[in-house]
Ligand binder design. Sequence first.
Ligand code: BG6
Length: 472
Amino acid sequence: MSVFPKDFLWGGATAANQCEGAYDEDGKGLSVQDVLPKGIFGPITDEPTEDNLKLVGNDFYHRYEEDIKLLAEMGFKVFRMSIAWTRIFPTGEEEAPNEAGLAFYDRVFDTCRTHNIEPLVTLSHYESPLHLSKKYDGWMNRKLIDLFAKYAETVFKRYKDKVKYWVTFNEVNVTSHIPLLGGGVFTPRDQLTKQDMYQAAHHQLVASGLVTKIAKTINPEFQVGCMVASAPRYPMTCHPDDVTYAMEEQQELTLFVHVHAKGEYPYYTKRLFDRDNIKLDITEEDKQNLKHTVDFISFSYYNSKTVAKDPSKYELAQGNLYRGLRNPYLTYSEWNYPIDPQGLRYILNFYYERYELPMFVSENGMGAIDEPIEEDGKLIINDDYRIEFHKGHLKEVGHAIEDGVNVIGYTSWGCIDLVSAASAQMEKRYGFVYVDRDKDGNGTLERYPKKSFYWYKSVIESNGDILFKTEE
Ligand code: BG6
C-alpha cells in the first residue's frame, strides 16, 4: 500500500513575477520586481531596465497553455501560481479592476481545469504594486490592509468556482527581515528598526486574517492557507547556550505559523519583542481579524539553518534567503545551500505536533546550473542531481506521513525554469522543464522536458511508490 494518501496533491509551484513576463501588457501596472534588475540586494532603478530578466520571465503570459499541458503530462494534480496584484489593480488604488488582467487568469484557470489540475493561488508573492510601495512605504502603512482586502475580494468573487486553494502571503515571515521583498517597504533596510519591520509584518498578518474571513463568506468551500519560509534552526553544538539560541530563533519563525493557526500571537512573543524593543501598534480590530485562522499550513523548505550563540568561530554557509553556519554533516549545492532532506521530515513534525492542521509543502527545490546537450535540434538535460534532491526530500515527506503527519500536498519550486527571486538569475534553475533562455536573456524560450520531468512523472504515476523501491 502506498505511503502517500490516494488524493495526495502532487505538483509544482511558480510565481507571477518570476515567470509571466509581459510586465506592461494589457494594462498591468509596475510591481517592485520590475525595478529590481539584480534581485533583492541590488539597486532599485527609476524605471524598468532591459537587464531585468523578470520583464520577460519565462514568457508564461504567452505560453501558459503549452506550459500547463506539460505539467499535465507529468500528471500534476495541483499547480501553485500567484496572481500579480498589479494585473488586477495596476497601482493598487483603482476603483475598478482591470478586466484584461482578470480575463488572463480566467484563461489560466480554465486551462488548468481542462487538464484536471487544481490551481493553488498565492495572492501576494513578492510583487507589491510599486505605486503603493512609493506612496505608502508598502506594508509599513496599515492602509494596505484594506487595499489588499479589496484586491482579494475581487479575485475571490471572480474565481469562486475555478479556484479552491488559496495562500495569502508567500513566505510571510520574510517582511520582518527583507522588508522590500516581503512587504514592498521602500525605505532602505538600514534605515528601518526591527519595530518598523515587525509592524509591516503585523499588517500583513492582519490582512491575512481579514481576507481569510472574506474568502469564507464568498465560498465556504475555499481552503485558505498561510505560507512561511521554514528553515528549521539547528544548534551548532549541544552546548545549552547554542540550544537555547536555536530555540529563540525558531520561535521567531514559528510565531508566524502560530498566529495563522491559533489566531493570536504566541506566549513567547512578549519576551522576543521586549528583547528587541518592539512595541507593536495592535488595535482591537486587528485582534478580531487575526482570529480568522487558516485551513492548512503551507511552507517552503530549501534547507535547515545551523546557528550558534557565538557564530564567530564557525564558517558561514548560504541558504535560501538566510545565511547560517556550515553544518559539517551536510553536503552543499552550487549556491552553497545545505542539502538536508531529513530537515523536511523534522519541520513537518515540528509544526504538526503543535497545530495539527493539514500540512502542505508548497516549495522545495535546489537551484542548479543545467548543461544541455544538443541532439537532433533538441536540448537534452540529464539532471540526475535534481532527481537525487527531490527523491531524498520526497522520501522524507513519506516518512513524515508514516510518522502520522497529515501532509496533503507537495509542489516543487520552479517546476518550469524561471528567474530566481534573490539574485534575479536565469541560470539558477529549479525546473523539470528547461527554458531556453540564458543568463543574459538570450534564447528561443522554447521548452524541453529534462530527465527529471520523466522521473517526476513516474513518481506521480506510482503515487510515490517508486521512491521506496530499492536501487538496482
Ligand atoms: C523562495 C521564494 O524564497 O525561494 C521563491 O518563495 C524563490 O520566490 C525561491 O524563487 C528560490 O529562491 P531563489 O532566490 O533561488 O529564486
